[in-house]
Write a protein that binds this ligand. Structure first.
Ligand SMILES: [Zn+2]
Length: 303
């Protein structure tokens, strides 16, 4: 009996402090779980651990794409901010490629609409407690990826000082776009830079935004699931051709959705020689002229 009581007490004391993975690459997410901590901190960023229907509380710690490589300490915190436990995290190189876009001056000069940047900024910062997201996530359109997440961007050969904070997927104009997981529609706007835009809050720090749409199907405030159509592929805003650019944010930070779903890159050499994109590694293979006609293979549309 005494042993039984001891085991019972030991079980009650067992504390969960998990961080997976402990060696994330730049632009990915660490799943932080604990039955004691209410928040977690990494390199100055603090995230909330939300209670779950089953199991310990869960928080999603983003590792920014431009985070310096090396070792960091992930702290598990209690209500008062005291450190209950620490885990060593090693940020590893994701080897994101270099990518050049040929952009017409008229498109390059586009300025954001009044309020465009601020509205997206507020959306990214607004973390809500109710969880709608559930795995597995699904790509918003079936098309292959013409430009991956994380590439360092050059416009007409000049460094922009920025990286590609989303994924570009090919899609014929008018292709329906679905949310990657359930959520609540927060933004439906036609903007100068982003073009037709829908932004969705999936709860507990997960958000997505879909750009360049030709038309909308969703309304602000609407609850949507992956079977719903939120809008249609277009080329509005700063875009070189019909495609969907979409970004997944975790606690306000753009992250690589490739960690959460399978995304097929468009086959190397599937772009005609005039394609805007050049990948630094590996170098694009020369395109055989005898393959598909230019009409069947549109240039890789991007931005
Ligand atoms: Zn893009």
């Amino acid at each position: 009996m005494r042993w039984f009581l001891f085991l019972l007490a030991a079980a009650a004391w067992a504390q969960v402090f998990d961080a997976v993975p402990e060696k994330p690459t730049q632009g990915t997410v660490i799943k932080v779980t604990s039955d004691k901590a209410v928040s977690a901190r990494l390199n100055g960023r603090t995230i909330t651990l939300f209670p779950q229907q089953e199991g310990p509380a869960l928080g999603l710690m983003p590792v920014p794409t431009l985070e310096k490589l090396g070792k960091y300490q992930l702290d598990f915190l209690d209500q008062s901010g005291a450190v209950l436990h620490s885990t060593e995290i090693t940020v590893e190189d994701a080897y994101y490629p270099l990518e050049n876009l040929s952009i017409a001056p008229s498109i390059s000069k586009l300025k954001p609409s009044p309020g465009e940047q601020a509205t997206v900024g507020r959306f990214r910062e607004a973390i809500t407690a109710e969880r709608y997201w559930k795995e597995p996530f699904a790509a918003p359109v079936p098309g292959c990826v013409t430009s991956p997440f994380g590439s360092t961007r050059l416009h007409n050969g000049k460094l922009t000082g920025d990286f590609h904070a989303g994924v570009d997927q090919r899609g014929a104009a008018g292709t329906p776009i679905h949310p990657i997981t359930p959520g609540v529609v927060k933004i439906v706007q036609k903007w100068n830079l982003r073009g037709g835009t829908v932004a969705i809050d999936h709860g507990q720090g997960v958000e997505t935004i879909y750009l360049h749409m030709s038309a909308f199907q969703a309304k602000e405030g609407q609850q949507v699931s992956t079977s719903d159509v939120i809008g249609y592929v277009g080329s509005t805003g700063r875009s070189t051709g019909p495609h969907v650019h979409w970004t997944m944010y975790v606690n306000g930070v753009p992250v690589n959705p490739g960690q959460w779903m399978k995304l097929e890159p468009c086959a190397a050499g599937s772009h005609p020689p005039t394609a805007a994109v050049q990948h630094a590694t590996p170098k694009p293979k020369p395109v055989p002229t005898a393959t598909a006609s230019p009409a069947a293979v549109p240039p890789a549309p991007q931005e």
